[in-house]
Design a binder for this molecule. Structure first.
Ligand SMILES: Nc1nc2c(c(=O)[nH]1)N[C@H]1C(S)=C(S)[C@@H](COP(=O)(O)OP(=O)(O)OC[C@H]3O[C@@H](n4cnc5c(N)ncnc54)[C@H](O)[C@@H]3O)O[C@H]1N2
Ligand code: MOO
Length: 434
């Protein structure tokens, strides 16, 4: 039973963890998922590869010309050559064999005929004789050197070479490498499927403009979080809105747990009488709540739980409902966790040192994550600038996230430092394209 409101606690029972403690717990509780086989290029993208890929064949598989020109014998030096044949890219025959004083016309990427040991580019030749438009003989104006403009067998990729090590993120270049060595199917680490759930009787998702019922708010957290995970290459499932009823919260959570590895909810985790998430997770679903409050701004009621559901470990990030808090805590906690589960060896955001372009007049007792975007260093400096998305950084003001690609790590107030000034240097998490 949820306790009656009059006898509710007037202080949170949840210890206020430090950022470091809470992040270490999430890292510890985020397991690397199992492997699966991907057999199409599209399905491989964004996965961490789970095997070393070696080239079974050399590349190129034949001596290939680097230039459009003539395959020649170096010891012939410069001077006149008879054009005895032609090989073009894709030519499969090896029938031509050069004899002294002869040459064969070759094009970039084509097979260099037997007997030839150099290629002379067409720019270093002159036409000497032709018949009906076909070359009979040419003159080499610059004597070739041995091996000039020929890619020997295996010079790009040697047979047996490790071309993609286990643990590498598969992107477009890796797809190209796999294609070049003929691998159409590889073993990868599965990426977690993420369920996104909103909570609260006030949250609606179908009110037309100018018809929002009094006391209601439009659901912005769910579309925004779904978009965040999708933009990072994860499958994210819309799990709807749970009302502030215990049964509905439990049912929506159970439905989400059934099909997802990670649940990201927003709202219902603070001190309100309808803040049911922690109760349902702990008492109804038998999950372990690892933390329920963190010393950070925004995001103080951030809650993290794990538990077994139908034989599999599930992670639940119950984020605060305030829109900025949900977005910021998703970047700080959920993104590194799902990257870790997907096998990334460096799942955390890149940290840059940046220079403030405005004052922070009053530091908070909690470390604060302010939204900003990166700007090039001014002339004479090598530290990039951080331009804040606005002076109003309240956790309800979602427009303070617009365009942000940095989360500035503003230190907490201390006995000596109570404010920051323009030009001060702080750490910043990179959270978007630069
Ligand atoms: N007595 C206390 N009250 C509050 C505390 C506290 O320590 N003691 N902490 C405050 C902080 S910090 C935050 S953050 C919020 C978080 O509370 P909840 O996670 O329980 O979130 P809700 O109360 O459900 O909602 C907060 C706020 O956000 C709006 N909201 C919720 N969901 C959505 C959504 N999907 N889309 C858009 N907006 C949403 C909701 O309407 C509220 O305005 O608690 C403080 N209170
Ligand atoms: O910590 Mo709450 O997330 O400030 O708004």
């Amino acid at each position: 039973m949820v306790e009656p409101v009059a006898s509710r606690r007037r202080e949170s029972p949840w210890p206020l963890l430090s950022m470091d403690e809470s992040l270490a717990i999430v890292a510890r509780e985020s397991p690397v998922l199992e492997t699966l086989t991907c057999s199409t290029w599209g399905s491989m993208i964004g996965h961490i590869i789970a095997e070393d890929v070696h080239a079974a064949e050399p590349h190129p598989a034949f001596p290939a010309s680097i230039k459009d020109g003539y395959a020649v014998i170096t010891s012939d030096g410069g001077g006149i050559r008879h054009v005895v044949g032609v090989t073009t890219a894709g030519h499969t025959g090896g029938s031509i064999e050069l004899q002294p004083s002869t040459c064969a016309r070759v094009s970039t990427g084509s097979f260099v005929p037997l007997g030839a040991d150099a290629v002379v580019q067409v720019e270093d030749t002159k036409l000497v004789e032709q018949k009906d438009g076909e070359e009979i003989s040419i003159e080499i104006t610059i004597p070739p050197t041995l091996g000039q403009d020929i890619r020997p067998i295996g010079s790009d990729i040697a047979q047996g070479e490790l071309v993609i090590p286990k643990g590498c993120l598969i992107g477009s270049s890796e797809i190209g490498i796999l294609a070049s060595v003929g691998r159409t199917s590889v073993s990868v680490i599965r990426k977690p499927k993420i369920g996104v759930l909103s909570t609260g009787n006030e949250v609606v998702d179908d009110a037309p403009i100018n018809e929002l019922p009094f006391g209601k708010v439009r659901d912005s957290n769910r579309p925004e979080l779904l978009a965040l995970f999708a933009s990072l290459g994860y499958e994210a499932l819309n799990c709807g809105i749970a009302t502030d009823e215990l049964a509905d919260t439990k049912n929506k959570l159970m439905a989400a747990l059934q099909s997802c590895d990670v649940i990201v909810s927003s709202g219902g985790v603070s001190m309100g009488e309808k803040d049911l998430l922690k109760y349902v997770l702990e008492k109804e679903l038998n999950f372990t709540i690892h933390f329920g409050r963190v010393m950070m701004k925004p995001g103080k009621p951030t809650t993290f739980a794990t538990g077994m559901y139908e034989g599999r470990k599930k992670l639940v990030f119950a984020l605060p409902g305030n829109p900025v808090s949900a977005w910021v805590t998703a970047h700080i906690y959920v993104v590194p966790s799902i990257r870790r589960m997907s096998g990334h060896s460096m799942p955390d955001a890149t940290i840059l040192r940046v220079k403030l372009t405005s004052d922070v007049k009053k530091l908070d007792p909690r470390p604060e994550y302010m939204r900003a975007w990166l700007s090039s260093p001014p002339a004479g400096s090598d530290i990039p600038l951080a331009v804040m998305t606005g002076s109003n950084q309240m956790s309800s003001r979602l427009t303070s996230t617009r365009g942000a690609n940095l989360l500035l790590k503003i230190p907490p107030k201390s006995a000596n430092v109570t404010s920051l000034k323009t030009g001060d240097v702080v750490d910043a998490m990179v959270i978007g394209a630069l």
